[in-house]
Ligand binder design. Sequence first.
Ligand SMILES: [Zn+2]
Length: 423
Amino acid sequence: MKSAVFKHLGLTLAGVMVLSACTTNPITGRSQFMIVSESMAVTQSAAAYNQMMGGLAEKHQVEDDSPRAQQVRSITERLIAQAVRYRPGSASWAWEVRVINDSKVVNAFCMAGGKMAIYTGMWEKLKATDDEIAQVMGHEIAHALADHTRERMSIAMTSQAGTQLAAIALASREHQGIALAGAQMAALLAIELPNSRDGEAEADQIGIELAARAGFDPAAAVSLWEKMAKEGGGGPPEFLSTHPSAENRAARLRELGVKVQPLYAAAKARAPESAPKFLAAKEAINERVVTRPGEPTREEYARQGAKDTLSFMTESFERFKRGETVLECRVQCSYGYNNGKAQWKQLHARGLWRDLAVSVIQVGYLSDLSYYFLAEAARGLQLKEASRTYYRRALDAGKQYGCAAEGCEGLEVDKLSRAALTR
Ligand SMILES: [Zn+2]
């Protein structure tokens, strides 16, 4: 939760509501303020995006056939093929990217649900290379993957200007007409509100790695920020107002670049991966792309990659895979746990095993329920030995740290763990 941002927006919300709206992000483990559901964020963003693009198309400001538009499509296609492996649910997003012809604007965005755009100022003003375009789009995709866009939609809906609209929208979700207006506006506001410092750091980290894995040079992240910082004519680029840059950003990106360099080298060395297409064909925008017989569907492809994880959390994930995760935190972590466990049950129900494991590990709370979820995640990822270890730890933890006091999400952890161990 970002109290500074709330103060900045003059937020007048009861603390209770703010607390109850916090969720733990499965990719980053950070607690976020969320009142907008994922499905709402995705549908409303798509509606706002279509409106926006419709208006721009009327003014002949959308480039679809230019070589650079085609290049952007092929670059983003490669990035998405990596992105969906870290958030398998995003494989079913209706991903789309358009080039907006406005040579004065240096900006790009990715809304909740994968609706993206990039402005021609990136080429006209910054002379951005393909590797640099990949870094910009990777960074934008990272914001959407880590739910920053939905987080900002939530903030937009509760800022003073949006409070009434938000209240109407939330109170009358059935009344589509009214809900649409408020949430669509929030979807547009979400791409105009500045990201938080934490959000920027996360997007830099995830974005540079997605790009490296897709075969784009991490050094381009540094050169891009340097170009951005220099671009002063007519004020700083729009990009920097929505993506505030920390002073040490170039240095930090350089460090991250060194870390992901082996991934980049590996991607360059191997033959291009055959991945399903995620972007709809230009003539069939908003229609689902059908995979050819024998090829994995987008969902299957995403699930196949789901045993892997992003490097910045690889160490703890590798420990998890070996059955070595030990949970020890109690008081300090109880907040994250109480906010996280309902979400864990949902991840569990949806079979998002890696997300489930990552979130439980990041929260780190010692209870039989935490271990049970770890065990289930390990079982889902076919890590048989590890799953048995965690079921046993769930039984052990149950003796002293049973979930009964705080609620077990309707699960009979003890009984279920015993049953799993006899299988
Ligand atoms: Zn950003």
